[in-house]
Design a protein around this ligand. Structure first.
Ligand code: ADP
Ligand code: ADP
Length: 228
């Protein structure tokens, strides 16, 4: 599903963000990526959704060698990867429905299908009744649910979540975790970078720890392992 072989990422200013990372994430895995700030977690995630390309090494996602992708193939790969962020990144001038539908319009899905599927995912995230609201009328947890709906509306094989609970209180964070587990249960692979110790220690999953650009720990049902 996701495979990295000896991945190096050096940014233009010379920062070595990843230094020789090799890992395999199988279909339907649920993986936490943990580690100190600046360790390379976001870079690791960005390589998966092809926001960045590796300086050296091979990375394949869903069978595509995405480090060497022809530009016209990039949208095709991206539609198979949903992404959510700590700060939700919804479009403020669009309604909940429009925010989600937009992701299907981009891939030119037929309008009838857009309506049906958008309402279907809004129901899955428990926000069907808020389809006409605007993001600023929603709580943080609700906004993250909309972001999740948008990320999964095209049925991606992989959902990448970069600190999805970073702006949420503990109870709302657990609700979001239940939703991510449901999405994983329905067949998506989930890769989630997090600093949330309670979640990692209570909702046990595979844990990959990155420090200083290298994987220092990879455990099947791991612990958070840091004090904060
Ligand atoms: P984390 O997500 O674990 O905090 P990052 O992947 O964001 O780590 O960053 C890893 C290292 O790369 C850090 O030293 C960071 O400052 C650096 N870095 C991240 N993005 C860039 C960039 N666009 N240009 C230069 N350095 C970067
Ligand atoms: P660009 O190609 O101009 O960088 P994108 O359309 O890929 O812009 O992405 C716009 C913003 O939305 C970026 O911050 C990107 O990281 C984010 N993004 C990309 N794909 C998704 C997705 N499937 N779900 C949620 N956010 C996404």
């Amino acid at each position: 599903m996701i495979e990295m072989q000896d991945i190096w990422k050096t940014y233009k200013d010379g920062t070595h963000a990843l230094r020789g990372v090799s890992v395999r994430i199988d279909r339907n895995d649920f993986v936490y990526v943990v580690g100190p700030s600046g360790a390379g977690k976001s870079t690791f995630m960005k390589l998966i959704y092809r926001e960045e390309v590796p300086t050296k090494g091979q990375i394949s996602v869903n069978g595509f060698n995405i480090g060497k992708l022809k530009p016209r193939k990039i949208p095709f790969v991206r539609r198979n990867i949903g992404v959510i962020f700590q700060d939700f990144r919804l479009l403020p001038k669009l309604t909940v429905f429009e925010n989600v539908a937009f992701a299907m319009e981009v891939i030119e899905a037929p309008p009838r299908m857009i309506k049906k599927r958008t309402m279907e995912v809004l129901e899955l995230v428990g926000l069907k009744h808020k389809h006409s609201s605007y993001p600023n009328q929603l709580s943080g947890g609700e906004q993250q649910r909309v972001a999740i709906a948008r990320a999964i509306v095209n049925n991606p094989a992989v959902l990448v979540a970069d600190e999805p609970t970073g702006n949420l209180d503990p109870e709302t964070s657990m609700d979001i975790m239940s939703l991510l587990e449901e999405i994983n249960f329905r067949g998506s692979t989930i890769v989630m970078a997090t600093h949330n110790r309670d979640i990692v220690n209570n909702v046990r999953k595979r844990v990959i720890a990155i420090e200083n650009g290298q994987i220092v720990r990879d455990e099947v049902r791991g612990e958070y392992g840091y004090e904060i």
